[in-house]
Design a binder for this molecule. Structure first.
Ligand code: ZN
Ligand code: ZN
Length: 179
């Protein structure tokens, strides 16, 4: 029996055996390193998991089953994404007239056609009715919403003025006609 074993236990087999053992040891050490690093990245108690990982094979399997599902970076990213979505939502408002959701640069309410914004006469950007100057091209806003309506009426005196002058001109000729 021992003769048979010593015959089988050739130097080649010994070498192969040590290679396998060395590989297993490397794998074991690497598994511990991986568990510690992964647990650290996932923001869990990595030192606890380091102790668990010392149990060969079972430690790694236990960690794979119980580790937190998200990396810390992913979690931060998710929070950032939520914050971004909230900011995006803040860009939307409601039509003061009908409550329909409208975007910040909408000029009209698409639902009830209520005027929401003024357009800059120079660059055609949507302007808040309270602004007195266009922030895109620095053109003074002649018509913020209330002023725009007044502005539409104010040209009437200008139009009336030439009519007066026209009326004024025929007046002397009329006088001339009388004289
Ligand atoms: Zn509306
Ligand atoms: Zn402008």
């Amino acid at each position: 029996m021992t003769e048979l074993l010593s015959q089988l236990w050739t130097p080649e087999l010994q070498a192969a055996f040590t290679v396998v053992v060395v590989l297993l040891v490397i794998l074991y050490v690497l598994s511990i390193v991986w568990v510690v690093r992964d647990a650290y990245l996932r923001g869990s108690y990595w030192y606890v998991w380091a102790v668990v990982a010392l149990i060969p094979l079972l430690g790694v399997i236990a960690y794979c089953l119980l580790r937190p599902p998200l990396l810390q970076i992913d979690r931060d990213e998710q929070e950032l994404e939520i914050a971004l979505k909230q900011r995006e939502l803040m860009k939307y408002g409601e039509c003061a007239n009908c409550g329909y959701p409208v975007e910040a640069d909408f000029v009209l309410c698409p639902n009830c056609h209520q005027r929401l914004k003024n357009l800059c006469g120079t660059c055609n950007h949507a302007l808040d009715p309270t602004w007195t100057v266009c922030p895109y091209c620095a053109t003074p806003v002649a018509g913020a919403a209330p002023r725009a309506r007044r502005g539409a009426r104010t040209p009437q005196p200008h139009q009336a003025a030439p009519q007066q002058t026209r009326q004024a001109r025929p007046a002397p000729s009329e006088r001339g006609g009388v004289q």
